[in-house]
Design a protein around this ligand. Structure first.
Ligand SMILES: O=C(O)CCC(=O)C(=O)O
Ligand SMILES: [Fe+2]
Length: 201
């Protein structure tokens, strides 16, 4: 694993770097571009409606869910059944498993069409993901800021730039102690696809 560069605007709470693994050059540039084009064109992208504070909202990005059959996932009051693995996604899963010695049975895809798409503060701590989930997050296309904040002290924040072709592993009790988000950006305006490989129990 290569050195992680965390950008830390506050010094109040040390980020547990042992709960992350970062492979900045997991996929070569040309492979990332081909994969981004392929996924953008072929995945049946959906914009989900979610309930937030009693109001129905559209998620500010497109999503799709693939994985082993029978592993459904409840999220914001809805239940999602996975699409069957495509050869490309299954091959990626195997490549990530070989590199990290972890195993996964599903992948959630996020499509950020431009800098206006985002994901709000959250932790991936749903009970279907098990006690301390391993999540492998592969980024393609436009680099975006990925931010962490401590659940105990929202002023304790860290950020990491997720470049195209990079793979970030989140593990241990990270999801219980820290939240993450991709904020909107005026300058990072290109399209980006992120794949988060997970295990659903
Ligand atoms: O797009 C990303 O890098 C993060 C996506 C994410 O946090 C999620 O799907 O749970
Ligand atoms: Fe997440």
């Amino acid at each position: 694993m290569q050195q992680l560069h965390l950008f830390n605007p506050s010094e109040s709470l040390r980020f547990p770097e042992n709960l992350l693994e970062f492979y900045p050059d997991f996929l070569p540039g040309n492979e990332s571009t081909v994969l981004l084009e392929h996924l953008a064109a072929t995945v049946p992208w959906m914009q989900k409606r979610i309930m937030m504070y009693g109001k129905e909202l559209l998620t500010p990005r497109l999503t799709a869910w693939y994985g082993d059959s029978g592993k459904s996932y409840a999220f914001s009051g809805s239940r999602f059944d996975p699409l069957p693995w495509t050869p490309e996604l299954f091959a990626l899963k195997e490549k990530i498993e070989a590199r990290t010695s972890l195993t996964f049975n599903s992948v959630l895809l996020n499509y950020y069409r431009d800098g206006n798409d985002s994901v709000a503060w959250h932790g991936d701590n749903e009970k279907e993901l098990g006690q301390n989930p391993n999540i492998a997050s592969l980024s393609l296309g436009q680099a975006r800021q990925f931010e962490f904040r401590s659940r105990d002290d929202h002023a304790a924040r860290y950020a990491l730039r997720l470049e195209s072709g990079s793979l970030l592993i989140m593990k241990g009790d990270l999801q219980h102690k820290w939240e993450h988000r991709i904020p909107k950006s005026k300058s990072d305006s290109g399209r980006r696809i992120n794949l988060t490989f997970r295990t659903i129990y």
